[in-house]
Design a protein around this ligand. Structure first.
Ligand SMILES: [Zn+2]
Length: 427
């Protein structure tokens, strides 16, 4: 037996024995089963074999159960971040692309997966990682080899040649060598790319439908793909049961992507009325990623970015939060997503307060967006997002009431992911 197989077999044995031997009674002072419904008072969540089996009134403890004392806390469904990049850290110079192997990204991802789940995020959608790094990370977490959130992964983003997902900024021949394998031209090539990434293991297809801020591409932030190319991507992906997430900043690029049937518009920075109507008509979600802008704010004017990035960063920062407020007013569905990786992993929950302050959302709307909302977008509502019996035991305890105070989500004092307690930070 080779080492990898041995490790997987050992981990599987450990998981199986821990799961069958361990029943948990999570005693909650306040319990939110579903973010859209009123909270309950003192209650106990019974967890068996990784699943929620029942909810009791008051504090109970079946014989043999491990009691989790969250009597002074609010217990709620594990949070979902619909837009992260676990395999990257902020502020990494762009030229590292020419040096770092994809295997390093997977190891960086192991570190960030732990920080993310410790922050209360028991599921993430990873939208853009080199090679198979995010697939390896997803599978290692699923198999219990390393702790982390459930991952819905796209692998590498699809992009136009010279677009946000391509490599620019080096000599042409170096750019060519560093080609990440996601570029396509014309509907046929773009459809083929979807099939290729589906074959490699993608759970979702990510496209950079407009220019992006942090790449060295200098063709602005408007639409990059031709509408016919996006239609080829969405119809091919949907036929394979995959959703499409579109990175989009410029209004016309957002509108093109929404009309072509993408499932989410991520960032949505310069959205206007006509683009919002297209999103509404086509039932596209908005994933606001307001925290990404804090990453920009902390770095502009400090010689961190190249000149091409600096200009785009200033443009985007000027309208921070406007897109979310407009989407909410227009009645567009909103799913919680941060773009962690552009800022430090583990700070994901800070998005909630920004959604309230800049986007005009209520704390309850924010919590819905981070639980049932994101679960619906990720097609995992049957598995997580509420604390219903039968669902995966993804739950967290926080200090305070997140239905009144969005900052409560940053005060996580206990995390259970798929029935397993996560070791707290600093231990
Ligand atoms: Zn992103």
């Amino acid at each position: 037996m080779d080492l990898r197989k041995f490790l997987i077999a050992t981990a599987a044995l450990l998981c199986a024995s821990a799961a069958s031997a361990e029943t948990y009674a999570v005693q909650a002072g306040r319990l939110i089963l579903d973010a859209a419904k009123p909270a309950r008072g003192a209650s106990t969540v019974i967890v068996d074999n990784g699943r929620i089996t029942r909810i009791d009134d008051g504090f109970t403890a079946p014989a043999g159960a491990t009691v989790v004392d969250a009597r002074a806390s609010t217990v709620l469904p594990g949070l979902i971040d619909a837009h992260v990049h676990l395999t990257g850290d902020p502020g990494t110079p762009f030229w590292r692309e020419a040096i770092d192997p994809n295997e390093l990204a997977a190891i960086v991802g192991v570190k960030n997966a732990l920080l993310t789940v410790q922050a209360g995020f028991t599921t993430v959608r990873d939208l853009g990682a080199p090679g198979a790094s995010s697939f390896a990370l997803r599978d290692a977490i699923r198999d219990g080899i390393v702790p982390g959130p459930r991952i819905v992964a796209s692998g590498t983003a699809l992009s136009i040649v010279g677009g946000h997902g391509d490599v620019s900024g080096f000599r042409p021949e170096v750019n060519t060598v560093l080609d990440p394998g996601g570029t396509c031209t014309g509907p046929d090539q773009c459809a083929a790319k979807v099939r290729e990434w589906a074959k490699r293991g993608a759970d979702v297809i990510k496209i950079t439908s407009t220019g992006g801020v942090l790449s060295q591409q200098g063709r602005g932030l408007e639409g990059h793909f031709d509408p016919a190319e996006i239609r080829a991507i969405t119809s091919t992906a949907h036929r394979l049961g995959l959703k499409v997430a579109a990175h989009a900043h410029g209004a016309r690029g957002i509108e093109d992507a929404a009309r072509a049937g993408v499932d989410s518009i991520d960032h949505g920075t310069f959205v206007d009325e006509s683009a919002l109507q297209a999103m509404k008509q086509n039932r596209a979600w908005m994933v606001p990623t307001l925290m990404a802008f804090t990453g920009l704010r902390d770095r502009v004017g400090k010689n961190v970015y190249t000149q091409v990035v600096e200009g785009k960063a200033r443009q985007a920062l000027a309208v921070w939060g406007r897109a979310l407020a407009a989407a909410r007013r227009a009645g567009v569905k909103i799913a919680f997503g941060t773009d962690a990786g552009v800022f430090e992993h583990g700070r994901n929950a800070e998005e909630a307060e920004l959604m309230v302050r800049l986007g005009g959302m209520t704390p309850r709307e924010v919590l819905v967006s981070a639980t049932t909302g994101a679960a619906e977008l990720l097609d995992i509502a049957g598995e997580t997002g509420t604390l219903d019996p039968g669902k995966s035991a993804d739950l967290i305890a926080v200090q305070g009431d997140p239905l009144a105070d969005p900052l409560a989500l940053t005060r996580v004092n206990y995390v259970m992911a798929r029935g397993k307690p996560i070791p707290p930070k600093g231990r």
